[in-house]
Design a binder for this molecule. Structure first.
Ligand SMILES: [Fe+2]
Length: 193
């Protein structure tokens, strides 16, 4: 039987409430604004529901650890994409968890395949790129493209890069509840949050 404490939507809402105000790694938006902007970009571009949820939750890992907000500047890779994918795995299928897990690799892929991409990255993003392994070489790019979710991860990455605009208008976190509820694994769909 599923209890209230097992409910993923309630857990996600709690995380945004408790940690959403924290700084987004030296950018001019906080974690909540960044997540909402990424999800709004996904909606704008007609992404399917799992990918919109992935965009909303892609940086959940930043809200799950207690490392300082400026960890990359201190030379620490927080591996937030792995933390998030693990946290989300009991609740969602791979069409949510894989784009989340791969969104850092997607940045490494794009910097390896598109020289112009690197130039439009924000300085904090370049700092973390180097900690995450830097641009992918040809062999790593080929390996990356073997994952069936690689294209979704690249789309998510571009929304991630776009989602750093101070004061941008977005839906609220609560407005995404029905969409999340429709994408969670079937055993969680009936909960009341
Ligand atoms: Fe992000």
């Amino acid at each position: 039987m599923t209890t209230k404490t097992d409910d993923p939507v309630a857990a996600i809402m709690r995380l945004f409430a408790e940690k959403g105000d924290s700084e987004y790694g030296g950018e001019s938006v906080n974690q909540r604004e960044h997540a909402l902007q990424a999800a709004a970009c996904a909606l704008r571009d007609g992404a399917d529901d799992p990918l919109v949820v992935a965009a909303l939750l892609h940086d959940l890992g930043h809200m799950l650890h207690d490392l300082p907000d400026d960890a990359p500047e201190e030379g620490i890779d927080d591996a937030h994409e792995v933390t998030a994918a693990r946290k989300l795995a009991p609740w969602f299928d791979t069409d949510v968890t894989e784009p989340v897990r791969l969104h850092v690799d997607a940045k490494r892929y794009l910097t390896g395949t598109e020289p112009a991409y690197m130039e439009q990255l924000s300085p904090p993003s370049v700092t973390s790129l180097m900690l995450q392994g830097g641009p992918m070489d040809a062999a790593a790019q080929e390996e990356f493209r073997r994952n069936p979710h690689w294209e979704a991860a690249v789309l998510l990455r571009r929304w991630d890069d776009e989602a750093k605009v101070e004061g941008a208008e977005t839906p609220t976190v609560d407005e995404f509840i029905p969409l999340i509820r429709g994408v969670v694994r079937p055993e969680f769909r009936g909960a009341s949050t």
